[in-house]
Design a protein around this ligand. Structure first.
Ligand SMILES: NC(=O)c1ccc[n+]([C@@H]2O[C@H](COP(=O)([O-])OP(=O)(O)OC[C@H]3O[C@@H](n4cnc5c(N)ncnc54)[C@H](OP(=O)(O)O)[C@@H]3O)[C@@H](O)[C@H]2O)c1
Length: 289
């Protein structure tokens, strides 16, 4: 193992775990930045307490690290406000290699400008050696967020219309991040990370129908139906108003872009959405009547 110099934020999350696993597989130990030390993932070489909302954690967490994987939590409409104190701290600190997890298409979303704002601040910092990763929609979203709809109600209920998205396996994000964190030559670069092909929600529903052995319908609600249905279910409006523009990217054809960046970085083709879904959904998960 090389000396642990990489600090991974979001370490308990979907992407952070994948980054830690990929660094571990490359023989590169990394420290997990966690809000609670009892949640340090096993792939990490150790853990330090870190919270974007607690500036007193910043210096102790970063001490001894010269590389940082920086990611903010999802479903936070003012994510740039939450992350600003830490980004200001980084800008004032000494030289550091930073890999920032942004999102493909979000720079064109005026409703949710947080990734664009964070990228702008980080790019302007003279001491930071910055690489930006812009992944598309995660293949894991279906298992992470839509499993009850799919398995209990037999529907996909997302305001994505008939548009397509090049869903990416987070393991490919992890492997790509591990490359840019452990190899030279990526400073100042931006990589758009996508899966191998763009799928519509109808394509996803058809595959889930086959995998589960029972129908899964693509409802494709329009934003008004989506809004009123989630309101009836008691979902807080800030989440609904976040999801509508995000899935609107798919609806208006802004998420179908397929790139070769995962293969360029990792040397292997990105994994197909069908393979990720097959791993996560099977007839065994059929609810009992
Ligand atoms: N889902 C998609 O399709 C998609 C596509 C492109 C980009 N993205 C971006 O990916 C990011 C989300 O990644 P993810 O799916 O891996 O998230 P996730 O699984 O929900 O994990 C979020 C992580 O953030 C940590 N966290 C939450 N609040 C924190 C705070 N105040 N200080 C420090 N850490 C905190 C959580 O730690 P705890 O365990 O302590 O809660 C957890 O480790 C977002 O920035 C989103 O815009 C998502």
């Amino acid at each position: 193992m090389k000396t642990s110099t990489v600090l991974v934020t979001g370490a308990t999350g979907t992407v952070g775990r994948a980054v830690l696993s990929a660094l571990h597989a490359r023989g590169h130990a990394a420290t997990a930045a966690v809000r609670s030390l009892d949640r340090v993932p096993p792939e990490a070489a150790g853990g330090v307490v870190f919270d974007f909302a607690k500036p007193e954690t910043f210096a102790p967490a970063l001490a001894g690290h010269d590389r940082l994987f920086l990611i903010g939590p999802p479903l936070v409409p003012d994510l740039d406000t939450l992350m600003r104190p830490f980004i200001d701290f980084l800008i004032a600190a000494g030289p550091l290699r930073v890999v920032y997890l942004s999102a493909d298409g979000m720079d064109a979303l005026p409703e949710l400008p947080f990734h664009a704002n964070n990228e702008k601040l980080l790019r302007a910092a003279p001491h930071l050696s910055l690489t930006v990763l812009r992944p598309g929609f995660f293949a894991q979203n279906f298992a992470n967020y839509s499993r009850p709809d799919i398995e209990e109600r037999g529907v996909l209920f997302l305001p994505a219309g008939s548009g397509k998205a090049a869903f990416i396996d987070v393991a490919d994000i992890g492997r790509s991040a591990a490359v840019v964190l452990s190899e030279d030559g990526h400073a100042g670069k931006t990589y758009t990370l996508t899966g191998p092909e763009a799928w519509s929600m109808a394509d996803v529903a058809a595959t889930l129908t086959r995998l589960l052995g029972r129908p899964v319908h693509d409802v494709a609600p329009n934003p008004d139906v989506f809004r009123s249905t989630l309101a009836q279910a008691g979902v807080p409006p800030f989440i609904t108003e976040y999801l509508i523009p995000v899935y609107g990217l798919i609806a208006r054809g802004a998420a179908a872009n397929v790139t070769d960046d995962v293969r360029r970085l990792t040397g292997r083709a990105p994994r197909a959405l069908a393979d990720v879904l097959a791993e996560q959904f099977s007839p065994k998960t059929k609810p009992t009547p």
